[in-house]
Write a new protein. Structure first.
Length: 114
């Protein structure tokens, strides 16, 4: 059984400039997941029963899934082969855009865990 942590306080939406995704904190232990995105529901679910640094990493991981979907890199079988430089450019642009649109959420993610 996972150790129970209190729910984390941060903004509960992710705005992409096009779509807004709700963030839900819910145990995903039965699914053996730490987080997931349901694109059709505009919903990011993250399991709060994680250490703070793991929770923040999972939240960022799921936000990256959303960002890649917005940038057209959503389905693994549809992603063209790409260079490291191209992927790095997309990732840095996406993180910069998402952080600019969601400053309080990214302040939470990158704040010290103390």
């Amino acid at each position: 059984m996972k150790k129970k942590f209190p729910k984390y306080e941060h903004p509960m939406t992710v705005y992409t400039g096009i779509k807004t995704f709700d963030i839900k904190q819910q145990s995903l232990e039965k699914d053996n997941l730490y987080g997931c995105v349901e694109f059709s529901k505009y919903l990011l679910t993250v399991d709060p029963n994680q250490r703070p640094e793991d929770y923040k990493g999972t939240l960022l991981h799921e936000i990256c899934h959303i960002g890649y979907e917005i940038f057209g890199l959503n389905d693994d079988d549809e992603i063209p082969s790409m260079s490291n430089e191209f992927l790095t450019s997309i990732t840095s642009n996406m993180v910069q855009q998402m952080a600019g649109l969601n400053p309080e959420l990214f302040q939470f993610i990158f704040a010290d865990n103390d």
